[in-house]
Design a protein around this ligand. Structure first.
Ligand SMILES: Nc1ncnc2c1ncn2[C@@H]1O[C@H](COP(=O)(O)OP(=O)(O)OP(=O)(O)O)[C@@H](O)[C@H]1O
Ligand SMILES: [Mg+2]
Length: 277
């Protein structure tokens, strides 16, 4: 059974915009899925179906094999944590600490446990020092981290992040990369994220969905998707610089194995040129 599955999911906004068109998406346990697609492709609309914020116009959304109902929506929200694209849609308490505590408090947890979870979450995203600040006075990247902390503090089994790196500085992106990988390794959290930052995709994901105009136009492993540069280009997307460089070297006859992440590239080059370096 998949943790999240959509079957022929379509969604039409009230002004007749068909934002999703027959989407078949699955998130198996422990998966790390990237959803990429240009502006307006439908990524945020899709994500809002994963915890019942939106209801399908047609088709279905199954969470652990069950449709979302009034009766199980609280359970679904506990199970699937969604970090919105725009932190202002998510942050509303007078202090950062209170904001991050909002979700776990609503789960009915003891004050002590809430306090522990809040401080763990703030530590994970690197903003313990902001605990007593007013969220609306924070910078965009700081707010983004508050929103992520608020969802992590709920300890969901599935963490859904809508453009988590938008507005983060390079250190923020690298921190995010590390903590997502550690959450998924340590707690077996399933991670689904959307991004325009293709370089981030192989660092975190093992499977990619490509969306365009409300449809899934391609899907597969990192190898499968990033080996189709023309297809990606036709959807206004790009191949990350590392596989692009390696492909270029291979096309020039240099024997070096394909790599997608910085670490894989380092290994590839060491192996290929180690004796000569
Ligand atoms: N509230 C709304 N009312 C009407 N149309 C909407 C609404 N929100 C989004 N849309 C439309 O639905 C389509 C999908 O939008 P969505 O926000 O899901 O795309 P996205 O892939 O998340 O884009 P981005 O990369 O810019 O975040 C777009 O055509 C958009 O204009
Ligand atoms: Mg979006």
């Amino acid at each position: 059974m998949h943790l999240i599955e959509t079957r022929d999911l379509s969604y039409v906004y009230s002004d007749h915009v068909r934002a999703l068109d027959s989407i078949n998406f699955v998130a198996p346990r422990n998966a790390r899925i990237a959803v990429i697609g240009s502006n307006g492709a439908g990524k945020s609309t899709l994500f809002k179906h994963f915890n019942g914020i939106f209801r399908p116009t047609s088709g279905s959304v199954l969470i652990r094999g069950e449709p979302i109902t009034k009766e199980n929506i609280r359970e679904v929200r506990k199970f699937v944590g969604l970090v919105f694209q725009h932190p202002d849609d998510q942050i509303f308490s007078p202090t950062v600490e209170q904001d991050v505590a909002f979700g776990p408090t609503n789960l009915g947890l003891d004050e002590e446990i809430v306090h522990h979870r809040v401080h763990e979450a703030l530590k994970i995203v690197g903003i313990e020092h902001l605990a007593h600040r007013v969220p609306h006075h924070l910078s965009g990247g700081e707010k983004k981290r508050v929103a992520i902390a608020g969802v992590i503090a709920m300890e969901p089994q599935v963490l859904v992040l809508d453009e988590p790196t938008a507005g983060l500085d390079p250190q923020g992106v690298s921190d995010l990369n590390i903590f997502i990988n550690s959450l998924s390794a340590k707690y077996g959290m399933t991670v689904i994220f959307s991004t325009h930052d293709v370089a981030l995709v192989p660092e975190i994901a093992d499977y990619i969905y490509v969306m365009h105009k409300g449809k899934i136009v391609a899907e597969g492993t990192i190898d499968h998707v990033f080996m189709q540069p023309e297809m990606l280009k036709s959807y206004r997307l790009d191949v990350p610089v590392i596989p692009r460089l390696i492909k270029n070297l291979r096309d020039s006859g240099i024997v070096v194995s394909m790599a997608y992440t910085f670490e894989e590239a380092r290994q590839s080059f060491l192996y290929a040129f180690g004796k000569r370096l």
